[in-house]
Ligand binder design. Structure first.
Ligand SMILES: Cc1cc2nc3c(=O)[nH]c(=O)nc-3n(C[C@H](O)[C@H](O)[C@H](O)COP(=O)(O)OP(=O)(O)OC[C@H]3O[C@@H](n4cnc5c(N)ncnc54)[C@H](O)[C@@H]3O)c2cc1C
Length: 443
């Protein structure tokens, strides 16, 4: 497959301005809403070099307030994201205004992300959080009042319209569902069937039992008085009082960048529009590409979207650690034989402390230098391996000091040997690779 040759390397500012030897940053986050910024925050705090590219049109931008985010309830969407950008930048990530146009896989791993201004940046992993676009019913006045007194989500706006006259515009299969939902917040719910399918007998029963008024006929427009919604006008000319209108927009996933990688949005199982399917932590069918937020879960509010961004970021960081670890192990296995030292008497495979002693963390052990560097040993058949840095929390948990060993020695128990590619192009377990290194050293 022909690959785009990157023409420019991203410069990531701040304390984490680290790119690898090939000039790649660790993660490009496409979309800087709550999902993208939450992911960027986790990644930047994990000391990853991060670039966030954001077109600046979060889904809830038409609303004056975003509700339900603990400690930030009622904050405007713009202020919330402004606070998020400041936090992300505080850890050294770059947040750039702009649009990502496409992405291409690079030979040897990673992606070249083409930005709207023609610049290309290279990255090891991609987190796409481009959200959705709401396609509103084609009724005069709806678009103008969207996010104000034309709403869609009871958890976002239900409290604000409590006890008011709420008109549900039945423009799809969700009309009955929304009418019953909003009945939790107000007794004054009217379902305008408009062009929705006729309710089933069971639905008629439900609507009647919950006191929902049902109006047949097409809706022609909204009545607004002094910049406030006051009614719904039918095609017949009749006007019924309403203080809020509920619509069920069809959501369209922002899959442009993903489509360039062969990842296309599909119909969401709830019939609300399209989304890009992904695994629990947001991994897509393309290795190295994660999604989070509304682009994959259009039902998610801001808390759920932020949480998804955070979970995806942790998964990405873990994936990068695994890659770095496998590479470091492979590099050790092919290191010049003189670097390895004779075997020591021990059970299990050891990483010797930095000369000079003192408490040793797994991180220290991986960066040690001096006469005992790469000191290691193993008993025949032992499945322990010396692991390189950096360690994840889980890996740290598998480390323990060796009873009776000199202060600072650690032993690492690796239950699942990973595979590495050796210098002949073959695939071997990490354990095999270490043993090979020892054989080369004559130990
Ligand atoms: C009117 C309204 C009010 C709402 N109110 C609430 C509320 O009160 N509480 C609540 O919990 N939820 C609310 N929501 C839902 C909330 O908007 C979403 O949960 C949230 O926005 C999802 O976050 P996200 O990061 O996935 O996507 P978004 O917030 O939509 O962010 C996506 C970002 O990606 C950018 N982008 C898209 N394509 C590209 C590209 N190619 N390159 C670069 N950037 C790109 C967009 O411009 C945008 O800035 C509301 C929704 C609406 C429509």
């Amino acid at each position: 497959m022909p690959c785009m040759v990157p023409v420019e390397v991203v410069t990531v500012t701040g304390t984490q301005s680290r790119t690898d030897q090939r000039g790649r940053c660790d993660v490009v986050v496409v979309g800087g809403g709550v999902a993208g910024l939450s992911g960027a925050l986790v990644l930047a705090r994990a000391r990853r070099s991060v670039l966030v590219v954001d077109a600046g049109r979060p889904r809830n931008a038409p609303a004056a307030h975003s509700q339900g985010f603990l400690t930030r309830d009622g904050t405007s969407p713009g202020e919330l994201l402004g606070l998020g950008r400041a936090e992300v930048r505080g850890y050294g990530a770059e947040v750039r205004a702009g649009r990502a146009a496409s992405a291409q896989p690079l030979p040897g791993g990673g992606f070249a992300v083409r930005l709207g201004d023609g610049e290309t940046v290279r990255t090891r992993r991609l987190l796409v959080t481009t959200g959705v676009v709401d396609e509103l019913p084609d009724v005069p006045g709806i678009r103008e009042r969207w996010g104000r007194d034309v709403i869609h989500c009871p958890y976002c706006h239900g409290w604000e319209v409590r006890d008011q006259a709420v008109a549900v515009l039945g423009s799809g299969a969700l009309g009955v569902h929304q009418a019953l939902l909003f009945g939790q917040w107000t007794e004054h719910v009217t379902l305008f069937l408009h062009n929705a399918p006729e309710p089933t007998d069971e639905q008629w029963d439900q609507l009647s039992a919950r006191g929902v008024t049902v109006v047949e006929g097409e809706v022609a427009g909204l009545v607004v008085t002094d910049d406030r919604l006051t009614g719904v006008r039918l095609a017949s000319g009749q006007v019924l009082a309403a203080q809020a209108v509920v619509v069920g927009p069809r959501v369209v996933a922002g899959d442009g960048v993903l489509a360039s990688l062969g990842l296309y949005a599909v119909e969401h199982p709830m019939g609300v529009g399209t989304h890009v399917p992904a695994g629990p932590a947001g991994l897509t069918a393309v290795p190295g590409v994660w999604v989070a937020g509304n682009v994959t879960d259009p039902i998610a509010g801001i808390v759920a979207s932020a949480a998804a961004g955070s979970a995806a970021a942790a998964a990405i960081n873990g994936d990068l650690i695994a890659e770095d670890t496998a590479r470091a192990v492979a590099e050790r296995a092919t290191a010049p034989v003189g670097r390895a030292e004779p075997a020591r008497q021990s059970t299990g495979l050891r990483a010797r402390a930095v000369a000079g002693g003192g408490p040793v963390t797994p991180r220290d052990a991986g960066h040690r230098h001096g006469p005992h560097d790469h000191d290691r040993d193993t008993a025949a058949g032992d499945s322990n391996v010396v692991s390189p840095r950096p360690y994840s929390d889980q890996e740290q948990a598998r480390c323990s000091t060796v009873p009776g060993a000199p202060a600072g020695d650690v032993v690492v128990n690796e239950a699942r040997p990973r595979t590495v590619t050796d210098d002949q192009g073959g695939e071997r377990t990490v354990h095999d690779a270490v043993l090979t290194a020892r054989r080369r050293a004559g130990s």
